[in-house]
Ligand binder design. Structure first.
Ligand code: FAD
Length: 426
């Protein structure tokens, strides 16, 4: 049993949705494109799962957040794929790939062949078991990567109102889930090994602003330690967690956000890997000419920094998807991907954006006791990164533009004095 397509996108997440829209803009013909994905629904804006989806009042539900609404573009419902002659194969896992023969084998035993493949398999959440712990099977231990995970969090939250949640991990999944749990009237303790939250990005000063804000909302922080075991009752439900510092926390639910791993397994030994992902060139093309990779799974050259990076952010998934399709459909008109890394988060009524690289020396600016503040990163005499909380559209555009320009910075004290004015004038 088998089907053949000109273009196949493996994975039906953010990258796949934006690639599909780009294919139609560039004139793909009916029947040429197939998207095959394990998830039972058409591509959607994954960031909604830790934000609007978890709200107790008027929560976001599909079909409202199918791609590409996150970029203020068309909302691609299953009907849209049908109307555009795109084969959407849902609920189907690809279990092996053969890049020499240009085929994928599905768990249902179907062989799908392609002329061009786009790998958009994203990443999976790391499990407790990978850290030598157990508990992932418990009904009230939750992860958050896909719609099924988010639906489960909602169910568990509903039976934990007024109770206690332990959030393991201080990254953005942990931070966004903690905020949602509080909004759902659940008492939250966050546990993470680092000295402060969002340790990969935030400076201690930035982190302390958010931690104070969370504390005001009742969140407790236990830092510098990790989970050592989980207590379960005879129903297979978690009742509490034990930490390495010997403390014990009662828990009606546990949310685990301890990082992700790109889904590269199908291609190991067949394509070149780097930075834990599939290595691509500036056209998002892998070590095999007929295979492209986009989104979280792709390690691509970030021109601005002169090095290969793998980014785990929605904007990079959207833009790398568009670029790959441009390179496939109009190769002579498409240059190298020139991407400015961009990441954002929204928690409670707060909202921040980050552009560039958090390397070098940091200069903070603005009012850390008010609503708008930020930081610049300066490396080798040039601005390389900018962070802003509570900015206006124009201010975010200004820090984005300034970071891309990489202007020279001679005097850090002067930069601090100018604050946001520096970006607005750049
Ligand atoms: P994904 O969107 O993960 O899609 C991968 C798809 O491939 C999935 O549908 C998966 O089921 C499928 N797949 C994988 N393997 C197979 C297989 N073998 N067979 C079939 N299908 C397969 N980024 C931000 O910048 N800001 C945010 O605020 C933000 N919030 C987020 C909140 C949450 C809860 C999550 C999980 C992520 C968030 N992100 C955020 C990150 C962002 O969503 C990702 O960077 C983005 O989804 C990556 O897109 P992708 O297409 O590479 O992968």
């Amino acid at each position: 049993m088998g089907r053949a397509f000109v273009y196949v996108i493996l994975g039906g997440g953010v990258g796949a949705g934006y690639a599909a829209l780009e294919f139609t803009k560039r004139g793909v013909s009916h029947g040429e494109l197939c998207i095959i994905t394990e998830e039972p629904v058409a591509p959607y804006e994954r960031p909604a799962l830790s934000k609007g989806f978890l709200l107790p009042e008027a929560p976001a539900r599909l079909p409202s957040f199918h791609t590409c609404v996150g970029a203020n573009e068309e909302r691609l419902t299953p009907k849209w794929y049908k109307e555009h002659g795109i084969e959407l194969v849902l609920g189907t896992r690809v279990k092996s790939a053969d890049v020499k023969r240009k085929t994928l084998l599905t768990a249902t035993g179907e062989t799908i062949s392609y002329k061009i493949l786009i790998i958009a398999t994203g990443a999976r959440a790391l499990k407790l078991e990978e850290f030598g712990l157990n508990g992932s099977d418990a009904r009230n231990v939750c992860y958050l990567r896909d719609l099924a995970d988010a639906t489960r969090i909602v169910d568990v939250m509903q039976s934990s109102i007024g109770g206690n949640a332990v959030v393991i991990g201080g990254g953005y999944i942990g931070m966004e889930c903690a905020a949602s749990l509080v909004i759902n009237k659940i008492n939250v303790t966050m546990v993470f090994p680092e000295e402060h939250c969002m340790a990969r990005l935030f400076t201690p000063k930035i982190a302390s602003y958010y931690e104070d804000y969370y504390k005001d909302k009742g969140v407790k922080f236990i830092k510098g330690t990790v989970l050592s075991s989980i207590d379960m009752n005879s129903d297979g439900k978690v009742t509490g967690v034990n930490l390495r510092d010997e403390s014990h926390l009662p828990a009606d639910m546990v949310v685990v956000g301890i990082g992700i791993r790109p889904n590269t397994a199908l291609f190991e030994g067949q394509l070149t890997l780097e930075k834990g992902g599939i290595k691509v060139n500036g056209r998002m093309q892998t070590s095999n000419n007929s295979v492209y990779a986009i989104g979280d799974v792709a390690a691509f050259p970030v021109k601005l920094f002169g090095e290969i990076r793998r980014l785990e952010h929605v904007d990079s998934a959207r833009k790398s998807a568009r670029h790959a399709v441009a390179a496939i459909m109009e190769p002579e008109k498409t240059g190298e991907f020139d991407y400015l890394p961009f990441f954002y988060s929204r928690i409670f009524t707060l909202s921040w954006q980050f552009y560039g690289d958090n390397a070098g020396e940091v200069v903070h600016f603005g009012d850390f006791s008010g609503n708008t503040f930020g930081a610049y990163w300066v490396s080798k005499g040039h601005l390389v990164g900018s962070f802003l909380e509570g900015g206006t559209k124009e201010q975010y555009e200004a820090i984005s533009k300034a970071t891309r320009l990489k202007p020279a910075v001679e005097d850090l004290a002067e930069l601090e004095n100018q604050g946001l004015g520096f970006a607005l004038a750049a």
